[in-house]
Design a protein around this ligand. Sequence first.
Ligand SMILES: NC(=O)c1ccc[n+]([C@@H]2O[C@H](COP(=O)([O-])OP(=O)(O)OC[C@H]3O[C@@H](n4cnc5c(N)ncnc54)[C@H](OP(=O)(O)O)[C@@H]3O)[C@@H](O)[C@H]2O)c1
Length: 315
Amino acid sequence: MIWSIESMPRQEGRIAFITGANSGLGFDTAQALLEKGATVIIGCRSLVKAQQACHQLKDKTDCKNIDVLEIDLADLEKVNKAIDLMSTKYKKLDLLINNAGVMAPPWTASKQGYEIQFAVNHLSHMALTLKLLPLLEKQPGARIVTVSSGAQYMGKINWGDLQGKQQYDRWASYSQSKLANVMFALELNQRLMRSNIPVASLSAHPGLARTNLQRNSVKANKAWQEAVAYKLMDPLFQSSRMGSLPQLLAATNPNAKGGEQYGPRFNFRGHPKMCRIAPFALDQEGREHLWEVSERLIEGFVDINKGNALLCRNE
Ligand SMILES: NC(=O)c1ccc[n+]([C@@H]2O[C@H](COP(=O)([O-])OP(=O)(O)OC[C@H]3O[C@@H](n4cnc5c(N)ncnc54)[C@H](OP(=O)(O)O)[C@@H]3O)[C@@H](O)[C@H]2O)c1
C-alpha cells in the first residue's frame, strides 16, 4: 500500500520539534504536520530565516500553532542554551525530528573544534535528544526520528581520525556522519527499551530530493563540475515534499516501531517503505563505542540530567 500525506493520522494535541525546518525536508515536514493539526516548533540557526519560514508556513497552511527556536548546531553551548530556553516554555514533547544537516563542505571546525559534519549532523543531535528526554518521557508514545541518508550504506567510522584532522575526504566524512545518525538512532532505541522509557527512536532517509543541500555543497566547494553532475542527475531527484515522506511516516504511522528505518520504495525515489539498515550500524559493539566516544565529546558543553539512564557514565 502506498503511504502518502493523506495516510497520516491527525496530529491535534501533539507538539513536534524539527531542526533545520526553514528549508527543504524540514520545511515540508513542518508543513505536513501543521496541516494535520500539530503544534510545530521550527529550529533554525538563523532567526531571520526562521521568521521567513514561519510566515510562509502560516500562509501555506493557515495554521498559527507554530513557534521558532534559534539553535545553531555548530556550537554545543548554543544548543545547550536553546534547549534550556525551549524547556522553560514547553513541558512536554511528542515528536523530535533530528533533520538539520550539512553535506560535504571543505574541512571546517565547529565551535568546539570538531569536524562540522560530525558535529552538526551527529553530535549536536545526540546532545539535544538527551537533553530533551525529560520532555519526551512525559508523553507515552513519543518518537524521535533521526534523518540519515543513502550515504549510510557507504559509510565507515574512521575511529583513528574521527574528525578528519589527519586526512579529510569531505564525502567520506559526510557518509560517516550519516552512518553515525543510524547507529545513534538504533542504539538510542535499545537504551530506551532497556530503561523502560516509553519513547521510540527510528531513522529515515529521503533518497534524492531537490533541496538546498546540493546547492550549498557546490557553493562551499566552488565545485562547478558537481553542479553539472547534479543537473544531469536531475531526473533521478524527487521533490522535497516526496523526500520528506519517510521521516513523516516514521514520525506518525501507528504501525512504525522503534529501531526501524524508512526510505523511498526505489532507494532514490518513490513512496516510503521500511528499508534495511546499513550493516555497519547493526554491529552492537561499534554502536556502543560510538555512543561512548560521542558522550565524551559532548560532556562539558551540554548539561544533561545527571540521572539520565541512557548515559554510559551512569551504567
Ligand atoms: N536532499 C537530499 O537529497 C538528501 C539526501 C540524503 C539525506 N538528506 C538529509 O536530509 C536532511 C535535511 O536536508 P535537506 O536536503 O532538507 O537540505 P537543506 O534544504 O539544505 O536543509 C538543511 C537544513 O539544515 C540546517 N542547518 C545546516 N547547518 C546548521 C547548523 N549549524 N545549525 C542549525 N541548522 C543547520 C539548514 O539551515 P540553513 O538554511 O541556515 O543553511 C537547513 O535548514 C539532512 O540531514 C541531509 O543530510 C538529504
